[in-house]
Design a protein around this ligand. Structure first.
Ligand code: ATP
Ligand code: MG
Length: 174
């Protein structure tokens, strides 16, 4: 069930890690350069699981691994190097070890977020909320029990509101 609260929000209860990944893959397939996906949720909430699904849906052939100790991992779309022009990329960022927006900025967050050809997925985005572009999709994951997670999607700005509407359609047919 995905109750529609308004066009900017969506709620969903995932019943397994696999379901979270599948949902992520549905979202990932819709992403375009410049999209910013902010993930909030406590340790083990499922941010990386969701990011792995997003990466798979977007077209990364390997499994995304947690960038907790490196801040950012960069991925290409499989087969893209065969095309002309600059390849698009996906940045998987983890701000867990970051003290705040200033430190994140100093580590080059501005470059990732300002890359119009790139998808950015940011775990612990709330640690540098001020750096997030005004147009973004925010996803909060709440631990419900051992296998359940409540996911709250909130779109900000025209572009990500349109993305959320499209996602609602393909994932829930609503
Ligand atoms: N419905 C669910 N959705 C996602 N993960 C689930 C679910 N049920 C159980 N899990 C388990 O919860 C864990 C989530 O781990 P994950 O690394 O994705 O969390 P995280 O939010 O990225 O944590 P961290 O803050 O440490 O980066 C995994 O072990 C996964 O198998
Ligand atoms: Mg993680």
């Amino acid at each position: 069930m995905a109750p529609i609260l308004d066009e900017n929000t969506l709620e969903f209860v995932s019943r397994s890690s696999e379901q979270t990944q599948r949902l992520g893959a549905r979202l990932g397939a819709l992403l375009q350069g410049g999209d910013v996906i902010c993930l909030e949720g406590s340790l083990g909430a499922g941010k990386t699981r969701l990011a792995q699904g997003i990466g798979r849906g977007w077209g990364v052939s390997q499994t995304l691994i947690s960038p907790t100790f490196v801040l950012v991992r960069e991925y290409a779309r499989s087969g893209e190097s065969l095309r002309f022009g600059e390849p698009s990329r996906l940045y998987h960022i983890d701000l867990y070890r970051i003290s705040g927006a200033e430190e994140a900025w100093g580590l080059g967050m501005g470059d990732f977020l300002g890359d119009a050809r790139a998808i950015c997925i940011i775990e612990w985005a709330e640690r540098a909320r001020a750096l997030m572009p005004s147009d973004h999709l925010w996803i909060r994951l709440d631990f419900t029990d051992h296998t359940r997670r409540a996911l709250y999607f909130t779109a900000q700005g025209k572009r990500h509101t349109a993305l959320l509407q499209k996602f609602r359609q393909v994932a829930f047919g609503a």
